[in-house]
Every structure is written in structure tokens, then in C-alpha cells.
Design a protein around this ligand. Structure first.
Ligand code: S3P
Length: 449
């Protein structure tokens, strides 16, 4: 019997409209790259130094898991971390449950790592993670030889995996456009003899591929229509390489939309990662007529970054094509808020994957829009928001459903709506953007806790 309790007292937060936002801000390191830097550090021989690691709760859980598996992870200063790896094949048997809290990425990527090693480990998490589908990870792992010793109903955590003595390399086509599925299979492939191939019909964020190539893995990426075929030769010796984590575009999305909808605002968000597989929100906002200038484009640790100059102004509704979803999958809640302030209708197409995020995000966004007086509808997998121009009523309390991005999106709405917006619980914001409130306050926003 597996037991875990991760609960916390709810912390309501309210946001109210004030004067224009202005100034320069930085947002924390990218969550996806932060998880991967600890994992790849663990699988490398030698010392990996990481700069600007996101010190959010999700990433700290991955750090704990790396330690439980035998790696050494130490914090050297703000955002500066050091990992001493055990190398591929070198994981130790963990003595504790690997509790990933709210983190889908950490848990799923680590299932690929653990499931390809001859150790037995139990994965668990909070009430949100316990609802999320893990079959999408377990199915390919079972084909690679992993045993699912125990699982909660429907293939959920808590679950226990035991890796085989020798992992079987496979060719796997992902059933959904998911970088987590792709990455879990690639991480498992690292400890398999021969070549592991992942085929994705739509390209998703490629941070795993980039980081493995950077660490010296033999990895080939071929374009196939809108998708990719990624082939990895197993059992390389990964070299520990220093990693600089660029600022997270999914966190930048919140001050970005806030600056667009609070009248009179002018804000610069510095050195935001502009990997094209992550910039769907910026593309969409530009189509909506937003004034966003990408300045000073440069390379930072193998990823392109730019400063975003954002000026408030009118937005108009657009149709967001389904093929753009992988490049902005975490940004729909805050796009729905931008759409509420636009004139005309915004139709966001092909959002099926939103139903399996930290919450059922499609339902949570719709419920939040209902509470705050924004007309909208769900049609199949589409979300349609009727823009109200500058006249969003706000008011009411939005249920965040243990979802950090629902929390931040509706607080952003409250900065420009006619009445304040309250969220029932701001605690989960610490999973990805612990400095969210002070960052927006520095620009002139005010929150009440
Ligand atoms: C992530 C991939 C996405 C995203 C998540 C982070 C990653 O999930 O929603 O926040 O780091 O690989 P899916 O791969 O399930 O779409």
C-alpha cells in the first residue's frame, strides 16, 4: 500500500486594477530546461554546473529525486546549482517514495530514466498529479521492458516501476503531441543498446534533444512534414557540460499579457527564450494587433533569447490554428484572458491536451471566464471567447484547481477588469514562478493576500 499526503492550506489572492505598468523585469529560468538540466546532469559523468535554475517547487522535487537515485545536487547560490552525476546505468535503488508534488514533467521524464534501470521506485504526487494520465508514459516503457509493479486505477500515481536488466530499444510514434512522452522514451533509450526512435506527427519543444546533443549523445533529428523523427544511439557516455537556463517564455507570458491589457503600460521583459517551439503566444498576440518588439536577439547557452518591449493597446479577436497548440500549450489560460479584453471573437482550436494538464484547463478556464462575466463557449476541443474590449466585469472568486497557470492568468485579468478578481488559492504559483507577485508589483501591480 502506497501512502502520500501533499496538501496545504488554501491561500486566496486578489488582484485589482491600478495605474499603468512600467519598467524592466526578468522572469525565472525555464521550467522545462531546469528539470532536464538536473536529469541530464544526473546521467552525465562529472560535475554539471547550472546557472539560473528555476527554484520552483516542481524543479526542487526533481532535485530530490536525483538525490534519491544517487546523484549529488547542491545549491551554490541564487539559481546556481551543481550536479554530480552517476552516469547512464549508474542509478542507485531509492529508499524513499519519489514524490513529485504537482510536477507532471519531473515525474514523467524521471519515469523514463528509472524505468530503464534495474531499480524499483515508487512515484507519487499531489491531488492534481494523482489525476493525470500516466499510461502515455507507461505504454512505451512496458514495450522497452519496464515492469509496472503497482499503479493506481487508470494508470495513475502512486505507481511503482521496476526497470529491466537490459532495456529494449524501440521505434515509437507518440499518440499525442507531447514533449513529455517523447522525452521519457528518449531518456529510457539512453540506457538501451542500439537505436531508439521517437516519431512525432507535430513538433514539440525540443529541449531534451538539444541538451542531449550538447552533452555528446549521438542524436539525429529529421523533419517529417510538420513532425520530426528523432533517433538516439543508446549507452553513450554523456559529458557533464555547464548549462545556462534562459528565462521561461511560459512565465514571461503573464507580465506580457498584463502589459498589453493594463491601459498605458510599457514594460520590457528581459532575455526571454524565443525557441520557435515555444513562441506560439507571441505569434498569436502579434496577429491580435499587440505591440511587442523583440529586441537584442542573442544566443544564451544554445538557445536564442530576446528582450520583449511590450506596449498596451487594443487587441482584436483571431482564430488560433490547432497546429500552433504545441508551441503555446501552457499559454492558453492567459491567452483566454487577453482574448476577453480584445474586440471580437477569439477561437482557439484543437485544445484536447489542455484537459490533462495540472487541471482540466479547458474546464477551469471556462469556469473562470464564467465567474468573471466573460461570454465564451466550448465547442468540441475549441474554446471561443467573446471579447469585451476594455470592459471585462471581473469580480467573483476563480477556482484554481491546484493549477498555477489558472491562478496567474486570472490574477492578470484582475489587474485590468472593472472589479477585482480573487483566486481561491495562490499557493501553486510557487511551482513555476515563485516571484510572480513581486515581479508584477515591481511594475506597479497590486495584490491583496
Ligand atoms: C513540458 C511539456 C508540455 C507542457 C509542460 C512542460 C515539458 O507537456 O505542458 O508544462 O517540459 O516537456 P506535454 O508534453 O504533456 O504537452
Amino acid at each position: 500500500m502506497i501512502v502520500s499526503h501533499t496538501s496545504h492550506p488554501a491561500r486566496p489572492v486578489a488582484a485589482a486594477a491600478g495605474g499603468p505598468l512600467s519598467g524592466h523585469v526578468q522572469v525565472p529560468g525555464d521550467k522545462s530546461i531546469s528539470h532536464r538540466s538536473l536529469i541530464v546532469g544526473c546521467l552525465s559523468i562529472g560535475e554539471t554546473r547550472v546557472e539560473n535554475l528555476l527554484e520552483g517547487e516542481d524543479v526542487l522535487r526533481t532535485a530530490d529525486a536525483v538525490r534519491a537515485l544517487g546523484g549529488t545536487v547542491t545549491r551554490e547560490g541564487e539559481g546556481r546549482w551543481r550536479v554530480i552525476g552517476v552516469g547512464i546505468g549508474g542509478l542507485g535503488q531509492p529508499e524513499t517514495v519519489l514524490d513529485f508534488g504537482n510536477a507532471g514533467t519531473g515525474s514523467r521524464l524521471m519515469m523514463g530514466v528509472v524505468g530503464s534501470h534495474p531499480v524499483t521506485a515508487t512515484f507519487d504526487g499531489d491531488a492534481s498529479l494523482r489525476k493525470r494520465p500516466m499510461r502515455r508514459i507507461l505504454d512505451p516503457l512496458v514495450r522497452m521492458g519496464t515492469t509496472v509493479v503497482e499503479e493506481a486505477e487508470g494508470g495513475r500515481v502512486p505507481l511503482t516501476l521496476r526497470g529491466p536488466r537490459e532495456t529494449i530499444p524501440i521505434v515509437y510514434e507518440t499518440p499525442a503531441p507531447s514533449a513529455q512522452i517523447k522525452s521519457a522514451v528518449l531518456f529510457a533509450g539512453l540506457n538501451s543498446p542500439g537505436e531508439t526512435t521517437v516519431v512525432e506527427r507535430e513538433a514539440t519543444r525540443d529541449h531534451t534533444e538539444r541538451m542531449l546533443a550538447h552533452a555528446g549523445a549521438d542524436i539525429r533529428v529529421e523533419t517529417e512534414g510538420a513532425g520530426r523523427r528523432i533517433t538516439l544511439r543508446g549507452q553513450p557516455e554523456l559529458r557533464a557540460r555547464d548549462i545556462v537556463v534562459p528565462a521561461d517564455p511560459s512565465s514571461a507570458a503573464f507580465p506580457l499579457v498584463a502589459a498589453l491589457i493594463v491601459p498605458g503600460s510599457r514594460v520590457t521583459i528581459e532575455a526571454v527564450m524565443t525557441n520557435p517551439l515555444r513562441t506560439g503566444l507571441v505569434t498569436t498576440l502579434l496577429e491580435m494587433g499587440a505591440e511587442i518588439a523583440l529586441r537584442n536577439r542573442r544566443d544564451l547557452g544554445g538557445e536564442e533569447v530576446a528582450d520583449l518591449d511590450v506596449t498596451a493597446g487594443p487587441l482584436r479577436g483571431v482564430e488560433v490554428p490547432p497546429e500552433r497548440a504545441p508551441a503555446m500549450i501552457d499559454e492558453y489560460p492567459v491567452l483566454a484572458v487577453a482574448a476577453a479584453f480584445a474586440t471580437g471573437e477569439t477561437r482557439m482550436r484543437g485544445l484536447a491536451e489542455l484537459r490533462v494538464k495540472e487541471s482540466d484547463r479547458l474546464a477551469a478556464v471556462a469556469a473562470g471566464l464564467a465567474v468573471t462575466g466573460v461570454p465564451h463557449r466550448i465547442e468540441g476541443d475549441d474554446l471561443v471567447v467573446e471579447g469585451l474590449g476594455g470592459k471585462v466585469p471581473g469580480g467573483g472568486t476563480v477556482a484554481t484547481e491546484l493549477d498555477h497557470r489558472i491562478a496567474m492568468a486570472f490574477l492578470v485579468m484582475g489587474l485590468a477588469s472593472r472589479n477585482p478578481v480573487t483566486i481561491d488559492d495562490g499557493a501553486m504559483i510557487a511551482t513555476s514562478f515563485p516571484s510572480f507577485m513581486p515581479t508584477l508589483e515591481r511594475l506597479g501591480a497590486s495584490f491583496r493576500t
